[in-house]
Every structure is written in C-alpha cells, then in structure tokens.
Design a protein around this ligand. Sequence first.
Ligand code: KIV
Length: 300
Amino acid sequence: MMIIKAAWIRNWTETEGMFEVRLLKRQFRRLFFGGSMEKITVPVIRGRKGGEPITMLTAYDFPFAQLVDAAGVEVILVGDSVGNVVLGYPNTLPVTVDEMIHHTRAVVRGAKRALVVTDMPFMSYQESIEQARKNAGRMIKESGAEAVKVEGGTRMRDVIRAIVDIDIPVMAHIGLTPQSVNAMGGYKVQGKGAAEELLMEDAKAIEESGAFSVVLEGVPRDAAKKITEMLSIPTIGIGAGPDCDGQVLVLHDLLGLLGQFRPKFVKSYVNLAEQIEKGVKEYIGEVKSGAFPDDSHSFH
Ligand code: KIV
C-alpha cells in the first residue's frame, strides 16, 4: 500500500505532491502517536456530554476541509456564514439551499473523519413543516452531510421534531442567531438579565424536540453555564464562555483572514491575511524585476 502511494505521489506535480505528502505525514503521526482515527458520528458527539471538549470549526471548500480534518477537528460546520465570509454578501440572509449544497459537497469530499454538519439557510425551514423536511432531506441527500443545523428555540420546536422524526440529526442554535439580525437590530448578545429565562426555555424546547446538540452563540457566560448544566445534550459555544461542552469558531477568524475587525469572542491563532499580502507582493516584485521565473522554474 505504501509503495503504491509513494509511486502515486511521485507522479504528482511538485506543488500538489508536497501538499499531499504533508497531509499524509500528519495523518501518519496522528495514527501512531496519538489522536484517534475513529470516524466522528452523531452518537459520538452526543456521548461527549460533560466529557472531552468538542472542537468544531467552519469550512466552506475542499482544501480547507482537508486541512481542518487532518488537523483533528471533530465537527466541520458548513455554516451559512459562507454568505458573508466567502460569497461577499452583507449577512447570511441571501444564502440559498443550492449554495449550501454546492459548498457542503466540496467539504464532504475533503472530510474523512470529522462529522459534517450543514446549515439550513434563511427561509428554507421557516415557512412550514413540509418545507423544512423537504429542504433538510435535499441537503442531506444531495450534499452528503450527516446532520443539519437550524436556528431558533421554542418557535422551532415542531420543525426540529419533524426533521428528527425522519432520522435527520439536528444541531440546534440559540442565543444570537444571525438569521434574525433584522429582528435583533444587529448582532447583539442575547439572554442578558430578564431575557435569560426565555433563553433557558429555548434550550429546554430544543432538547425536548430531539436535537443532538446545540450551538450557544453570543450569550453571557453564566447563562451558558446554567444551560450546559441543565441540558443532557452537548452545548457548543461561540461567544458563550468556557463552560460549554465544546467550542466553535469561524475558520477565517481563527486564521486571521478577515482583516482588522475582531469581535471580542474571536481568537486568531495566525495572521494569514498578512502572510498572503506579503507573498503576493513578493511575487509581483519578482515578476516585475525579472527574478521569477528563473532557470530553475523553466523546462528544458
Ligand atoms: O454560520 C455559522 O458559521 C455559524 C457558526 C458561527 C456557529 O452558525
């Protein structure tokens, strides 16, 4: 097997080959020096309640899905944040089911181990139970994702139950739900003060509806802690403090690809925007000066 792989790698062009070799090395290391290769499924995540923290990141395409999966992230969310992060929309509202399926198919092709969850976009489940089931079914059938994510608490309880009833696992999402940006009057922390009671009710409702986990976004740390202690399903936080059962970030935020604006809850672990600018400027300089390509980049 290794011999076949080595021959196959040699046939690759140099750049693609280097990329693949690096991924193989990382997978080899994980296999022999720690980190389980077990496929992450919905029951695995469900069983993590109160255990080892769950790691979730967004991805929207094949190369990033491969990298994130090989690095060991357990859940890849194809978020409808694809709208503002990748497609240049002002928010998530214009994203369509077809766009979600297109991006999710690419991610599924890149993810070997992680659980892939895809976001149901705005107005793909709000009209009726029938519409919600039809679109959830389409998204799973046509994209290969293993679960869908639905925004909303108590008001979405029947929708979540109807999707779960046809054996499509649902990750819920309460607190700051970006599809409600107009109703909220902006991206504001939810569940503060008296509103905490309503947030707790949302949390109970989605658990009773059969969701296997819930994203808590933009809620006070104390409220997230109370919800995490109250629910029997894992909570995955973003801007919800450290007491959740797991954490999620938008990948482009983590990688420092979205410029200077950084919400309080974001931590950028690298600054790829800076490195990309540096690389591109060097390339421009070398082409202009004639330093690239030189003889070593030429065929004879
Ligand atoms: O669309 C998205 O990226 C999300 C995460 C922020 C949870 O919903």
